[in-house]
Design a protein around this ligand. Structure first.
Ligand SMILES: NC(=O)c1ccc[n+]([C@@H]2O[C@H](COP(=O)([O-])OP(=O)(O)OC[C@H]3O[C@@H](n4cnc5c(N)ncnc54)[C@H](OP(=O)(O)O)[C@@H]3O)[C@@H](O)[C@H]2O)c1
Length: 310
């Protein structure tokens, strides 16, 4: 079977191997034929850190070819989206049935593949603030992989969303996602106060975001792509008295990943959530997709397609 493995001398630290073993499913795992996968910013770091021969790949959409032996999960032929820890950039994978959700025929594999890491992070981080109906929510890095979902899901939940983007060129993209207000900086004292902030950027901006939180509000801090942040108690005194900064980790809890994927897949099927796919390539070009991601050239998600009927 073919699939990508880490190889430091290879392009983007990868090699497409053709001698991988077929997946050996545990009783609670289905075997899925991969049709599309998405790449995530974090996977750039994982590829650099893992030993030679490690198999990356977390976000996968495809078709069940072998049902789980314990009777859980869907039948062969079912279209699914899957959340893996690794080994997803291959022709076939074994997936625990609590980590997959079925897909309506109208949801393309390319869109579904964007949902696991980025979509779940946005969905679960949004829950940190409880009900957001009619409330102000700030999303930093709003046109990034997670940010695009965070804006759309917050809007779908009834929030008034302020999107922070990296440059004025991103403003139209953020408005198209449903943001009411778009800013490139959080220095403006009149911003907020925000019931909830979803921050994947970090750096000096996080302290500015804390200064815009409403009293008792929350900041779900899920990424620091912009560098380390330094917070002072005084940042909370601006207005966010007794505000909460949550060091947010999206992969827990594990047991409800499939449930959460189903929520996202249904929103896509209903046209209430539209994954933005900025780059689609044949999977043999996975290293090129990773290069584009590292160079910040991808608008939305980068997706790789793996043979077969779409
Ligand atoms: N805690 C968790 O469970 C979890 C889960 C998923 C992701 N993450 C982390 O969340 C962060 C975002 O992930 P992602 O997949 O959304 O990444 P992404 O698709 O690459 O998007 C990153 C966003 O951040 C902006 N950005 C990139 N570098 C920046 C910089 N130096 N300063 C300011 N803005 C910058 C980008 O703006 P441009 O549009 O200009 O490029 C883009 O909007 C990463 O650090 C990732 O590791 C954490």
């Amino acid at each position: 079977m073919r699939g990508f493995i880490t190889a430091p001398a290879g392009h983007a630290g990868l090699r497409l191997a053709d001698d991988l073993p077929e997946p050996l499913p545990a009783p609670h795992e289905a075997v899925v034929e991969v049709r599309a996968y998405a790449v995530n910013h974090d996977e750039l770091n994982l590829i650099a850190r893992r030993p030679d021969g490690w198999r990356p790949g977390q976000d996968v959409a495809g078709v069940v070819v072998q049902a789980a032996a314990d009777g859980s999960g869907p039948a062969p032929g079912t279209r699914v989206v899957c959340y893996l820890d690794w080994e997803g950039w291959a022709e076939r994978i074994a997936v625990p049935t609590h980590r997959l959700a079925t897909l309506a025929d109208r949801v393309p594999f390319e869109q579904a593949a964007t949902l696991p890491i980025a979509g779940l992070t946005a969905l679960r981080a949004l829950r940190v603030g409880g009900a957001v109906l009619g409330r102000q929510v700030l999303v930093t890095g709003a046109t990034g992989g997670v940010g695009q979902f965070a804006v759309q899901l917050a809007v779908a939940a009834g929030a008034h969303v302020t999107a922070q983007v990296s440059s004025p060129e991103r403003e139209a993209e953020a408005r198209a996602l449903g943001a009411r207000q778009v800013v490139t900086s959080l220095e403006d004292d009149t911003l907020g106060p925000y019931h909830l902030v979803l921050d994947g950027i970090g750096g000096p901006q996080t302290a500015q975001a804390v200064r815009r939180i409403a009293p008792g509000g929350h900041l779900a801090w899920y990424g620091n792509i912009g560098g380390p942040a330094e917070l002072r108690l005084g940042d909370f005194y601006a207005q966010g008295w007794n505000a909460h900064v949550v060091g947010f980790i999206s992969p827990v809890p594990d047991e409800t990943k499939g449930e959460d994927l189903a929520i996202l897949a249904d929103l896509v099927a209903d046209g209430r959530l539209t994954p933005r796919v900025g780059l689609t390539l044949d999977w043999e070009k996975t290293p090129e997709a990773l290069d584009a991601l590292a160079r910040r050239e991808v608008r939305g998600k980068a997706v790789l397609t793996v043979g077969g009927e779409r």
